[in-house]
Design a protein around this ligand. Structure first.
Ligand code: FPP
Length: 236
């Protein structure tokens, strides 16, 4: 969700105003995702590296997160959404952790869509955490290192239980992945929107979903192989 700061600076406003307007995009995109029937939406709201930003910006973002969790409580529950979080959530201040945990617990049985907030999240940090977990299990003699494969590693990622990642959208015209879902991105489709996040609303989101629907996902196979598989599936 990149470009909040630039959105504000372009208007001569403090950066936090860009994040505030970005929160409105979060609400609209999440609502749209639910309406079109996506099973999962993950938003990169605060990275492990964002802690190093000026302290007033960090505090401002934390307050916006709290505001979001409180104001969206009913909307999330009424729409069958399950709220989830990935990252080093323990590092968040208590005034964010409390409403987060409450919404997480109260929405735990919802089946509609899983809305994941990546908070104090980093893809490398996630992989290090998974490696440590596996190493500890091996050291305890509970896991044979020879049997560690993709499935075993994935079981220790914070995204464990989420569906495979299909599409990654980055706004603001930057072509970087910035430590987001590094493992999960292996076969995801990427979409770079030349628009600042606060301007990214329902219409822009629907446009990028329409683009995604035109992609051919080959997962290392050839087009001809995929077509053969498709024909066989249609016959079965
Ligand atoms: C990156 O833009 C954005 C962030 C670091 C924060 C994203 C937060 C929100 C959209 C609002 C709060 C979140 C929720 C879930 C309610 P940037 O600040 O790096 O923009 P710039 O590159 O233009 O400076």
């Amino acid at each position: 969700m990149d470009g909040n700061g630039r959105w504000a600076e372009l208007r001569g406003q403090p950066r936090l105003e860009g994040h505030r307007e970005g929160s409105a995009s979060v609400r609209e995109v999440a609502r749209t995702a639910r309406r079109v029937g996506l099973s999962a939406l993950t938003l990169y709201a605060f990275s492990s590296q964002n802690w190093a930003r000026p302290s007033e910006e960090v505090a401002g973002l934390m307050h916006l997160l709290r505001e979001y969790l409180e104001s969206e409580y009913s909307e999330i529950l009424d729409n069958g959404i399950r709220l989830n979080a990935i990252g080093e959530v323990d590092k968040l201040p208590r005034y964010v952790r409390d409403p987060l945990e409450r919404l997480r617990a109260d929405s735990a049985h919802n089946q509609g869509m899983v809305l994941t907030l990546a908070l104090s999240y980093g893809g490398r940090e996630e992989l290090v955490h998974a490696a440590q977990q596996l190493a500890r299990a091996a050291a305890r003699g509970e896991l044979d290192p020879e049997r560690i494969g993709e499935k075993e590693l994935e079981a220790h990622l914070w995204t464990q239980g989420l569906p495979p990642l299909d599409l990654v959208v980055r706004t603001s015209g930057e072509f970087r992945v910035s430590n987001f879902l590094l493992w999960q991105m292996a076969y995801a489709e990427l979409y770079f929107a030349d628009m600042l996040w606060p301007d990214f609303r329902a219409e822009a989101f629907l446009r990028c979903l329409a683009h995604y629907q035109q992609r051919e996902r080959r997962f290392g196979l050839t087009s001809a192989q995929l077509q053969r598989e498709e024909t066989q599936r249609a016959k079965a």
